[in-house]
Ligand binder design. Structure first.
Ligand code: SF4
Ligand code: SF4
Length: 188
């Protein structure tokens, strides 16, 4: 086996005692400290901070206006513009979800219902937000554009139960999504 000799860089005396690097680091820290006290921190304006550094004063100040367009927040269910459930309870999202955060109990739509052709809808639809990693796989896999990651990021609760978003809560967060819904298409 060939032996590779690594040639180490030759350090000057100053580099060997790290003194120069220490001073440099110290001066940089002091510069940021002084800028911060003067309310001139870089990025302070964009983050709407108090001016004392770039740290946002959460929760008085929030990220909401600074989130990128495609920010992935909490997943939620959406209805169509007529208030109908888009979800057909196919359970693809439940299957694909990496941390198994989704739990769906499907139910049948009665034969005499106006929308009986769709056959299924979710009786229960829970997402455990302690498990959810905001990956967006559920949104990717959904054939009916029924589940979307919204911009909500402040998901809190006092118990594990509070952190499970039920179907009701998921529709509250999700709201309405306008656009094609395959299941209502008479030709399908
Ligand atoms: S965002 Fe990812 S982890 Fe969260 S429910 Fe959807 S698939 Fe599961
Ligand atoms: S949200 Fe979409 S993928 Fe999940 S069960 Fe409903 S239709 Fe299927």
């Amino acid at each position: 086996m060939a032996v590779i000799k690594v040639k180490r860089p030759k350090l000057s005396f100053g580099e060997k005692i790290y003194f120069g690097a220490l001073i440099k680091g110290f001066l940089l820290t002091m510069k940021h400290a002084v800028d911060s006290m003067r309310g001139k921190s870089r990025g302070a304006k964009e983050l709407a901070s108090s001016g004392l550094g770039v740290t946002m004063q959460y929760p008085e100040q929030k990220w909401d206006e600074h989130l990128p367009e495609h920010y992935r927040g909490a997943p939620a269910l959406v209805t169509d513009e007529q208030g109908r459930e888009r979800c057909v309870s196919c359970q693809l999202c439940e299957f694909i979800c990496p941390p198994k955060a989704i739990k769906i109990t499907p139910s049948e739509i009665p034969a005499d219902d106006q929308w009986a052709k769709v056959e299924k809808r979710p009786l229960e639809f829970d997402i455990d937000m302690i498990r959810c990693i905001y990956c967006g796989m559920c949104e990717e896999v959904c054939p009916e554009q029924a589940i979307f990651l919204r911009k909500d990021y402040a998901i809190t609760g006092l118990s594990r139960k509070d952190m499970v978003h039920t179907k009701k809560k998921l529709y509250e967060i999700g709201g309405v999504r306008v656009g094609l819904v395959n299941k209502w298409n008479e030709l399908k």
